[in-house]
Design a protein around this ligand. Structure first.
Ligand SMILES: [Mg+2]
Length: 415
């Protein structure tokens, strides 16, 4: 795990901001939406029996509900909890995890985040060889054929997955949350965690969701303020939970997966007989594991956050602050990147750059550090070259957003 010393340059800046928050909770509009004050005010009285679910709550089917209820079908089958019981269990579980185990909660999406799955009958002729592939082949480890009642599936686990799960589980309590159905979720959990040491039954599928086609932390027995989510999209999450999400670049291994996302450029990894880690010189899961290490260290940095109870801390604040560090000090001017009928400062790329800590502008001036342009022939592109400013394509911002790290400008030339 990462030591405090490793991340000290980041911590230095963050501590200044956290200190500010502690002195003047809620005065900084940037962070006031995170509910820090609200949580303090509403801090629940915590009881001692961590798993004290009352019989009344456990089997409350016949009783007319006095409170709204949520069915936690993935824990013991059919568990139905009233909202007051849910609040109590959330607080107790999180308090136990934070104080006794020094862990946060981590919710993991499956498809395109941890693995890629295809139907066997959708595989291309150039993927046929995979059906006889042995797992000892280095380049294609962990290809699995899974039997489902209807059709056979083949699943490829993302590179670095084994190390990721083991190391992440030392800092976080891991849960799976997929929009796949329950049978699929359980099959994938078996592939990822054959000994059931890591997920411990915390496998949530769309059958458990309270909203159709939406994921929500309301089915997790954890306080939202202590949950990090890893998913390939924020859009599948309810608005309330989007600040918890770290977005992963999508993992496409099979041709059918690329086709569904209309990625027509080049051949898929399966046909190239290569993989993500070969292409980028490092797996995305390794990168995000480093990030999770920073988040964990900052959250539990007791020296710097002394006097601020763990239970009152909000990991969403840590995410927001870390993100603001990525392009801090950059002043960006955009050139021909947005459609002419769109207000520049409402465009998602502009907002993304600001969330990453950059200052954005429509006008060039000496303080500009980067011109982000659609091509190298625009007036501002030429100005950037003449004034020796960085000239990059829009992907530079998106990559920094995925990697949580400023990317080398040379890798994103403007054509
Ligand atoms: Mg997904």
């Amino acid at each position: 795990m990462m030591s405090v010393a490793t991340v000290s340059p980041i911590l230095h800046n963050i501590d200044n901001r956290v200190g500010y928050l502690k002195r003047g909770l809620g005065l900084d509009s940037d962070y006031s939406d995170l509910g820090v004050i609200d949580q303090r005010a509403k801090r629940l009285k915590v009881e001692t029996d961590v798993l004290g679910v009352s019989e009344e709550a456990r089997f409350a089917f016949d009783e007319k509900p006095r409170f709204s209820e949520v069915r936690f079908g993935y824990i013991p089958k059919g568990l139905l909890l009233r909202s007051d019981e849910i609040d109590r269990l959330r607080s107790e579980n999180t308090r136990n995890l934070l104080l006794n185990h020094k862990k946060l909660h981590l919710v993991l999406d499956l498809d395109h985040t941890l693995l890629n799955t295809t139907f066997l009958d959708e595989m291309s002729p150039d993927e046929e060889y995979l059906k006889t592939q042995t797992q000892s082949d280095h380049s294609l480890q962990y290809v699995h054929v899974v039997d489902t009642p209807s059709r056979q599936l083949m699943t490829k686990l993302r590179p670095y997955i084994r190390t990721f799960l083991v190391q992440a589980s030392q800092m976080f309590e891991l849960s799976i949350y997929t929009m796949g159905n329950r049978d699929y979720a359980l099959e994938m959990a078996k592939l990822l965690d054959p000994g059931n040491h890591i997920f411990g039954g915390r496998v949530i599928s769309r059958d458990d969701s309270t909203e159709t086609d939406r994921k929500s932390l309301d089915v997790l027995l954890a306080r939202d303020s202590a949950v990090v989510i890893l998913d390939d999209t924020k859009n599948v999450w309810t608005n309330d939970n989007r600040d918890n999400v770290i977005v992963m670049p999508r993992y496409h291994f099979f041709r059918s997966s690329c086709q569904k996302f209309r990625l027509s450029k080049g051949m898929p990894y399966s046909e190239l007989k290569t993989d993500e880690c070969d292409r980028y010189g490092g797996a995305y899961l390794a990168n995000v594991l480093r990030l999770l290490g920073y988040i964990h260290t900052i959250f539990f940095n007791e020296v710097e956050l002394q006097g601020w109870d763990l239970i009152d801390r909000d990991v969403r604040l840590v995410l927001k602050i870390l993100k603001k560090e990525v392009l801090k000090g950059c002043k960006i001017v955009f050139s021909h990147v947005f459609p002419s009928n769109v207000e520049a400062n409402t465009h998602p790329l502009w907002k993304m750059a600001e969330q990453l800590g950059a200052t954005c502008s429509t006008q060039v001036d000496p303080s500009v550090t980067h011109v982000v342009a659609a091509n190298a022939r625009t007036q501002k592109s030429c100005w950037a070259v003449k004034e020796r400013k960085f000239l990059v394509n829009p992907q530079w911002i998106r990559s920094a957003n995925f990697m949580w790290q400023k990317q080398p400008e040379d890798n994103f030339p403007c054509q």
